[in-house]
Design a protein around this ligand. Sequence first.
Ligand code: AMP
Length: 117
Amino acid sequence: MEQKMDCIFCHIVSGKIPGDIVYQDEEVIAFRDINPQSPVHLLIIPREHFTSLADITDKETCLIGHMVGVANQLAIDESISGDGYRLVINCGKQGGQLVPHLHMHLMGGRQLSGQLG
Ligand code: AMP
């Protein structure tokens, strides 16, 4: 599974730097965002390094579906499923992506704004 030496999220996957990991399986891990923007703010990431959503091809569409399934289950585990939550994938510079390893934000636990940009 491809990893990148200088990628902070690859280091969390390998255990080289700590993460507050709440879920892991063969394909993905999920951990708490270090700078949470809502009471529940988790990041779901593939173990394999993909720089962004733009790197995803037809081969990996199952992976994205799996990430959504994991996020939905974590929303249940974190007791935010009933009131609602938001899944976000920022892609590239103008998409607001700061960490260049594909990740999905799961946010909830408060009323989120209706604005997206
Ligand atoms: P994005 O703007 O979509 O690239 O979001 C990157 C997210 O990663 C931000 O919400 C950061 O707070 C979060 N983040 C950066 N470094 C870490 C880390 N070491 N552990 C957990 N979350 C992190």
